[in-house]
Design a protein around this ligand. Sequence first.
Ligand SMILES: [Zn+2]
Ligand SMILES: [Zn+2]
Length: 232
Amino acid sequence: MVYNFSAQQLLNFLLPVSCGLCNAPTNRRFPLCRPCQNELPVIINACPVCALPVTSAVPCGKCQQHQPAYNQVHALFLYQEPVKFLVQQFKFNRKLEYARLFSALIAEKIEILAEQPELIIPVPLHSSRLRKRGYNQAWELTKHLSRLTNIPIDHRVCSRAIKTPLQTGLKASERRHNLKQAFAITTDVKDRHICIVDDVMTTGSTLEAISSALKMAGAASVSGIVVARAIL
Ligand SMILES: [Zn+2]
Ligand SMILES: [Zn+2]
């Protein structure tokens, strides 16, 4: 058997893992020590539909006015420091080891859900962006998550049919406009319970666009699970 380790992977394997936040050595497989993990900003009360922090257990005003195409979204943390730093390291700085950490935490969250998804899918990147970045962070999360939960993964379910401009800095209405028809459903999803995995949810327009495409293709339910929920 031929093992194809990069020098960095080999170093990661041989050296003790140190915490990405305080630099203390950890005896974990994740680059985050337990005390730093305990300090991460969890959402105490979340809207049961869109995961926005709320003061009571009922859906937020926005979800009451307009029911999104997805049934519900779960978020591990608020998208604020130091989660923002960890996610950006993972997403833009090739710190793929954070996928192990985030997916282990997502797996714990999924385990306690009343209904388990039948299938998990990553938010797709357009092929040209994938070539540029070299990896899709949502796929990295979903891959580990499937291994941990035994929930099947299928990255072919949804593809990005149109390359949309980067969504950063755009208003919710502009994001929605950009994402209309951006996703194509390419396998049979009829009557299936599907969970979409992503790193950050900001306005929710990406999850909304994919969920709406999945529902049009006959999916029974669509949920989302993300590492962090941003508040605009
Ligand atoms: Zn630490
Ligand atoms: Zn809501």
